[in-house]
Design a protein around this ligand. Structure first.
Ligand code: 5AD
Ligand code: SF4
Length: 503
């Protein structure tokens, strides 16, 4: 069957990587450890591209390097080492990073080579050979499962003047014992990684090739990281993984823990901690999980449920493993079990062989579900994927663009209507910090993940505030703070109540 064919390709690739890494190990033996001593007062600057997982991974990288004596800087000009944590999901993302890399390279030349450059993450995995062919382009190339080796690789590259590489994908590595440095955090909400990799093999997606097979992190280490965050004053966690619904772990007592069970356990760490997760696959969104949303007041009433397309034949070619009808039934079930649930999605326009009628199916599915938010993309062919190998990328560029624009326009209209319907409602908002436009106003999120802006008065970052919605733009709700509250209190008084729009 098709999925097995792709998984075999992945296995072969991994065996090959292990062989190459065997050679690299010998090199490393020649350059003995000792990176702690040489890190000295070197400063590292990390630039992150792509998904939330990469943001969290940059925190892991920072933690590993700090442990080895490196300092972290927010100023690239002060850095001795610049690391780009990269994304390979679409061609555009890679193009942006290549431009950035060539800028950094000319800076390295200006500084007579006294600047080390590293490529981390998905592009490192994908482009190892290319990056190395042009050897002076980068000093270290490190895949998503090899961050523990970074200090040693930097040492090696510095000592030998040769690029140092580790792009081995591991079935075991979950960095379960590493507390990421949360240097870009607002101090209120934090990401917690619960699993890595993806076994789904959607035909358009490069992730299984760049991040490898699925591996779940032990439950106890997740719960202790969440407890630590609560002690530090965090009020919201987002559980992260490429496909969180596939989470499964057998704990010390032999109990098998599913994703629904994990979310329940995390929600019991503190009644004042909001729990979100990202990103989920519709095929694994069970009634058990929807029930946890319904029964646990601090599990947010918001689900990101990427559909990708509205036509069953295209979904089949994408290997999404559900039909249009099954997906629609799932969203109906979510709305039935969790009244008021907010849904968002990912959509791809112009996939291989997409006809005009199939594109219309995406638009009609959007009409049926009415998402509060969507991430919308033009199909971009990715090397190694099943689609790149077996299908023709045959939708003309201008047609792809026009179809994407139609999707975006419809989504904007739905978001606007959904926001207008909020006027007069009261939401419990978690304050994240000042709004982008004014220090006199706060920005926070409602339970449903919608952004809310209101006058800050005497409220503080990290407070839960009941806010009445008075107005909106297509992307933000504008409101008036009524009073401070707690999540427990909000659950008792029902977090969404309807009040008149005007006093
Ligand atoms: N082309 C366009 N969009 C893609 N995505 C993943 N791979 C591709 C691709 N080759 C989108 C999907 C996925 C999101 C993270 O990125 O919608 O859910
Ligand atoms: Fe890619 Fe998501 Fe499909 Fe996994 S489930 S292959 S990460 S689109």
């Amino acid at each position: 069957m098709e999925p097995i064919e792709d998984l075999d390709v992945l296995d072969e690739e991994r065996v090959r990587q292990r062989e190459v890494d065997g050679e690299a190990d010998e090199d490393l033996d020649r350059v003995k450890h000792g990176y702690d001593a040489t890190a000295g007062d070197k400063q590292v600057y990390i630039e992150t591209y792509g998904c939330q997982m990469n943001v969290n991974d940059s925190g892991i990288v920072a933690s590993v390097l700090e442990e080895s004596g490196y300092g972290l800087t927010r100023e690239q000009a002060e850095a001795d080492v610049v690391l780009l944590n990269t994304c390979a999901i679409r061609e555009n993302a890679e193009r942006k990073i290549r431009v950035r890399l060539s800028m950094l390279r000319s800076e390295k030349e200006k500084r007579d080579g006294e600047l080390m450059l590293g490529v981390l993450g998905c592009m490192a995995e994908r482009l190892r050979e290319k990056l190395l062919e042009q050897e002076d382009l980068v000093d270290v190339v490190v895949g998503p499962d090899a961050y523990r080796d970074l200090p040693q690789l930097l040492y090696e590259a510095d000592a030998t003047g040769q690029a140092a590489v580790n792009v081995e994908l591991s079935k075991q590595e979950t960095y379960e014992d590493i507390q990421p440095v949360r240097y870009d955090s607002n101090g209120v909400s934090a990401y917690v990684s619960i699993m890595r990799g993806c076994d789904n093999m959607c035909t358009f997606c490069v992730v299984p090739f760049t991040r490898g097979r699925e591996e779940s992190r032990p439950v106890t280490t997740i719960l202790s990281e969440v407890s630590q965050l609560v002690e530090e004053g965090y009020k919201e966690v987002t559980l992260l993984g490429q496909n969180v619904n596939s989470y499964h772990y057998t704990d010390e007592s032999g109990t098998s823990v599913s994703f629904a069970e994990l979310v329940d356990r995390v929600s019991r760490v503190s009644t004042e901690l909001r729990v979100r997760y990202s990103t989920s696959h519709p095929k694994d969104c069970t009634d058990d999980l929807l029930t946890v949303h319904r029964d646990r007041p601090n599990v947010c009433n918001y689900i990101h449920l990427p559909v990708q397309h509205g036509n069953t034949e295209v979904l089949d070619r994408m290997r999404r493993t559900y039909t249009r009808e099954e997906y629609l039934a799932l969203t109906e079930r979510a709305k039935e079990l969790c009244p008021g649930v907010s849904l968002s999605t990912d959509l791809i326009a112009g996939f291989c062989g997409e006809t005009e009628a199939q594109h219309e199916d995406t638009l009609s599915l959007m009409e049926a579900v009415r998402y509060d938010h969507a991430y919308m993309f033009k199909y971009s062919e990715r090397p190694q994927t099943y689609a790149a190998r077996k299908y023709e990328d045959d939708v003309p560029a201008d047609t792809k663009q026009r179809r994407l624009e139609e999707i975006i326009e419809l989504q904007n209209q739905h978001a606007k209507e959904s926001n207008e319907a909020e006027i007069g409602r009261v939401h419990t908002v978690l304050v994240e910090g000042p709004s982008k436009k004014s220090d006199e106003q706060f920005f926070g999120r409602a339970d449903t993940n919608k952004g809310v802006v209101f006058d800050r008065e005497d409220y503080e970052k990290g407070d839960y505030v009941r806010v009445r919605i008075d107005d909106c733009t297509s992307s933000t709700l504008l409101g008036t703070a009524l009073e401070q509250t707690t999540l427990e209190e909000a659950a008792r008084t029902d977090s969404i109540t309807t009040e008149p729009a005007m006093a």
